[in-house]
Design a protein around this ligand. Sequence first.
Ligand SMILES: Cc1cc2nc3c(=O)[nH]c(=O)nc-3n(C[C@H](O)[C@H](O)[C@H](O)COP(=O)(O)OP(=O)(O)OC[C@H]3O[C@@H](n4cnc5c(N)ncnc54)[C@H](O)[C@@H]3O)c2cc1C
Length: 383
Amino acid sequence: MSKTHIIGGGIAGLAAAVKLKSSGQKNITLYESSKYLGGRCRSYIDPHLKITLDNGNHLILGCNDEIFKFLKIIQADNRLEILTSPLKIINHLSQKKVPIPYYQLVKFLLRSLDDTVSTASYFNLESEAWQDFFSPLIVSIQNTHPELSSAKQIQNCLRKIFLNLNLNAKTPYQPVHNLSHTFIEPALSYLGSKSVCPLHLLTGLQTKDNCINQLIFQQKQIDIKKNDRVIFALPIPALNTIFNLNLDLSKLHNPISNLHFKLDHDLKTPQILGLSHANAHWVFIKKDHISVTMSHTHIKASQKEKMIKSIWEEIRTYYPTLPHTVPEHKLIVEKYATLNQTPEIIQHIKNLPLPQFHNARLIGDWQYLTYPNTIEAAMRSYL
Ligand SMILES: Cc1cc2nc3c(=O)[nH]c(=O)nc-3n(C[C@H](O)[C@H](O)[C@H](O)COP(=O)(O)OP(=O)(O)OC[C@H]3O[C@@H](n4cnc5c(N)ncnc54)[C@H](O)[C@@H]3O)c2cc1C
């Protein structure tokens, strides 16, 4: 019986394994380098705060069709909840809700765009609509400087949200407890423990006639038989090492910073808040903590304390029952959170000199660049 070997237990690898199993394939093995699965979409118990944190806040929208199909297969569609507050952006300077600039939005969505143009070319950068609405929205979706980001990619994504016959397309969802509870644990139960091998770091390969015939892991080698297939569900830096590509990775990725404040009492509404003209970009209220996302932001050690205080003050404006004193907190900066999704980098990624094998393929969020790097893109990369 032929076998499929999947390398990388992030959401792309897990979704591919789940799809294969649900279509009747029995012989699947998923290898993951770390102890825990989920990659960038994982949760963990923070040893300092002693609560479960997500590696970053992940917002899911009703238009993310592949996510809902995946959750249905693994019987976890009840592990997403609709946020009780609608998505809105507040101008932190005036503290007023930013109206959706429908005229400029529809004009942008209906334009015919080519792949080479950045978003800034289509907007008046001095306008309120840009500064209060499009700029904060785009940076949070593409995690890229909004003036430099790919216009075509953000248009595809906004069309899916705003020009969708599904009335639920704009509905915001979040995991009921955390990312691992919703996405990872039920996927592992569905696949069965025998199919999943954590602590397997792939370090190299043996090939013959453009076919992979051996996978070399840190501790052992696995032979690939004639009709077996290999799926690499790995990010570019991992492929760079495994295939000895010697790529210059310095400008390919952008960071996301997440600041988690421990809560000692329930804060109900609003469950989510977008801010423009503030250091905090999106504020998520969880059961036992408040989590703040700052896209395309790397907080330097020298600015850390000042920044944390200022973000706490920003949050207190909208949640006045919070204390003056900054509570216990944890700042997590994910350096390689997503690609820098400019037209130039997208083109560069498409032209990377990646090896081609008859019995292997590459998947992952960076392989589906018509859409921003997201869970949805990672899942679509295997369609
Ligand atoms: C802070 C943050 C916030 C985000 N917010 C959102 C959001 O709101 N909505 C959304 O949809 N998306 C969001 N994303 C993006 C989303 O998390 C990613 O697009 C998605 O998780 C990518 O999945 P992947 O499987 O392609 O890659 P990865 O998650 O990177 O998975 C790759 C896996 O391969 C493993 N691996 C690496 N090297 C090896 C090796 N040599 N051998 C074996 N295994 C190896 C890694 O350990 C990892 O588990 C966010 C990401 C971050 C970091």
